[in-house]
Design a binder for this molecule. Structure first.
Ligand SMILES: Nc1ncnc2c1ncn2[C@@H]1O[C@H](COP(=O)(O)OP(=O)(O)OP(=O)(O)O)[C@@H](O)[C@H]1O
Length: 396
């Protein structure tokens, strides 16, 4: 779940894990009990925001007699149901995966299904403060629309009084960023599979009229077989073919020159970001150093020559140059262009066949167990008041 529509993101996520004693959230239709979370939240700081109740009004401004909903909740309906749609369910918090930009990503066990999930917990007050409500709804609407083997699909999502909860399958191998930090360079055979997987995903999204706008290592998760899952549709937008958009958003070092300059830009911007990502994975370095704002970044990008180290194969070197082409219309951007590209000779751009390719490199690198973040880092600024009916057990 991402940043504001106009927000520029930079920096890296915290990707280490930790283990805390299992904590439980009990979810039922009528109330949500957060016994374990509350212990942590009480130990930490509690947000002071109180609900304001408002009278719902008709389009003519007349008051209705319906029971008022707390303002926060009415703002988030109907995209987020008030309880988990599957009914009675118990989630056990196993750890914390990362500090997202808005709130933590938790690792939880669904005790009914005996399955592990990732749960994003987003404070509504932050969403409103950053003016990202519209973008949040767009994210959930897009994630409900997409279904692809290399996309991190949305599970259940629901809301409490102060938080949104978004659940999805847990990717035990973490993200590409953590793989990159531990290996720095990725061999060309592995890179070929990764690139083909991401190309099938981007082509799929663009065909659906969706531009992702935040393709970067941190937003690409690895499943237990070493294949990729594109995640974080926090900046994604519905954009039909031929349409243009203008919002300056994304993560500075991955942003195409036409995005940095304030548009107009279109789906080609995602292919530039893919070029940056493949450059980093294959050379170990970003093509251009980070700058403090988009103007500085634009200047650097305009001056950069994007020279590719001679140690890379010619096929890869051409691919990078053709993706990092500053003129969007001349940039590689159609699936058929990739299919006939020499770097991809022998590769089938079929998600099901790609999924069968072994990714030895990832399996080797990810053998070492990822460790979770310390609970205190995550819960310090967090409350557990999921609904008005939360039961707070006395801390031992
Ligand atoms: N399903 C998942 N399985 C495992 N790890 C996950 C999952 N979802 C997210 N993460 C981890 O949490 C990090 C942050 O998640 P995500 O990018 O979705 O949140 P965010 O709030 O949008 O963060 P940011 O804005 O910093 O990108 C990811 O980089 C990844 O390391």
């Amino acid at each position: 779940m991402g940043a504001a529509n106009s927000e520029i993101k930079s920096g890296s996520p915290l990707t280490s894990n930790f283990l805390v004693p299992p904590l439980k959230i009990h979810l039922s239709r009528d109330c949500l009990l957060a016994s374990g979370l509350s212990r942590l939240w009480i130990a930490g700081r509690t947000l002071k925001e109180k609900f304001q109740t408002t009278q719902p009004f008709s389009s003519e401004g007349e008051k209705t007699t319906e029971r008022p909903l707390p303002q926060y909740i009415s703002l988030f309906l109907p995209e987020f149901p008030l309880w988990q749609p599957v009914g009675q369910q118990e989630l056990k918090i196993l750890g914390c995966v990362a500090k997202g930009s808005l709130g933590p990503v938790l690792k939880v066990l669904d005790c009914t299904e005996q399955k592990i999930f990732a749960l994003k917990v987003l404070p509504k007050v932050e969403i409103l403060r950053r003016n990202t409500l519209k973008q949040c709804k767009e994210e959930v609407s897009i994630q409900r629309q997409v279904k692809h083997p290399f996309i991190q699909c949305l599970g259940n999502s629901w809301q409490g009084q102060q938080h949104l909860f978004i659940m999805c399958s847990y990717c035990s191998f973490g993200d590409l960023y953590s793989l990159w930090t531990s290996s720095k360079r990725i061999d060309e055979d592995t890179l070929r599979i990764f690139a083909a997987e991401l190309i099938t995903v981007l082509a799929y999204l663009h065909d659906l009229g969706i531009v992702h706008r935040d393709v970067k290592m941190e937003n690409i998760l690895l499943d237990e077989r070493g294949h990729l899952k594109l995640s974080d549709f926090g900046l994604a937008k519905h954009l039909s073919f031929g349409e243009r958009t203008y919002t300056i958003c994304g993560t500075l070092q991955y942003m195409a020159p036409e995005v940095l300059s304030g548009g107009p830009y279109s789906h080609a911007a995602d292919w530039w970001s893919l070029g940056v990502l493949l450059f980093v994975l294959s050379t170990g370095e970003f093509p251009v150093s980070p700058e403090k704002d988009h103007m500085g970044m634009l200047e650097s990008v305009n001056q950069a020559t994007y020279d590719v180290p001679t140690c890379l194969s010619q096929g890869l070197s051409h691919l990078l140059k053709e993706l990092l082409c500053k003129v969007p219309k001349q940039r590689l951007r159609y699936l058929h262009q990739f299919k006939s590209h020499r770097f991809f000779r022998g590769i089938a751009f079929d998600p099901l066949l790609l999924q069968k390719c072994p990714v030895e490199f990832v399996m080797m690198m990810r053998k070492a167990e990822i460790t979770d973040l310390p609970a205190s880092d995550i819960f310090e600024d967090f409350d557990c008041e999921l609904t008005g009916n939360v039961h707070f057990p006395c801390p031992a």
